[in-house]
Design a protein around this ligand. Structure first.
Ligand code: HEM
Length: 158
């Protein structure tokens, strides 16, 4: 079972890097950008930080997906997706899909093309919206992590 132990350790490590970064962006970086504490050009300030983190986040989401899929297949956990008791398994897949969409579709195609124009025209509205989107992802992730850690130890809300 060493392979499962390694897969679980890598899964959790990648989750920590990904959600830790999202938490930092939501609660520290975006408020500073909105206050213009990192310079008058808000898009440039945000881009300088986001541009480096996005590659860590992309690597982490791939590791999370591969290790999660590996554990599910190896432990034959597919039946869990039929039961509401394992809502946290569904939550992990949904959060994973949201992040994948955000990191591989929205970031390159929306952020770089449309958000830049929006941020130049109406920076306060654009960054308020961006922070709200980060809050939604962060809250969903925190609920999922709580549910997965507690649920994998046998805790059930239903
Ligand atoms: C960003 C999305 C995800 C997050 C935040 C997440 C988070 C977690 C956490 C915190 C654990 C508990 C680890 C422990 O306490 O030992 C876990 C376990 C697990 N995750 Fe995920 N995960 C995500 C995506 C996925 C995906 C896409 C799959 C694939 C179906 C998956 C499959 C699993 C499995 C099979 C376990 C072990 C469950 C058990 O031991 O009963 N995860 N995950």
């Amino acid at each position: 079972m060493n392979d499962i132990i390694v897969a679980r350790a890598l899964h959790v490590l990648a989750v920590v890097i990904l959600i830790g970064g999202v938490s930092m962006a939501t609660t520290v970086v975006l408020p500073a950008v909105r206050r213009r504490a990192l310079g008058e050009n808000q898009f440039q300030a945000f881009q300088a930080i986001e541009h480096r983190f996005v590659w860590q986040a992309r690597t982490a989401i791939i590791v999370v997906g591969l290790t999660g899929l590996y554990m599910t297949a190896r432990l034959e956990l597919w039946d869990r997706f039929r039961s509401v008791d394992f809502w946290w398994m569904h939550a992990m897949v949904c959060v994973w899909l949201l992040f994948t969409l955000f990191l591989f579709v929205a970031e390159p195609f929306v952020l770089h093309r449309h958000f830049r124009t929006w941020a130049a025209a109406r920076p306060d509205v654009a960054f308020a919206w961006l922070q709200r989107a980060h809050w939604v992802l962060l809250i969903l992730s925190v609920i999922t992590i709580f549910g997965a850690v507690a649920g994998s130890q046998g805790w059930s809300v239903f």
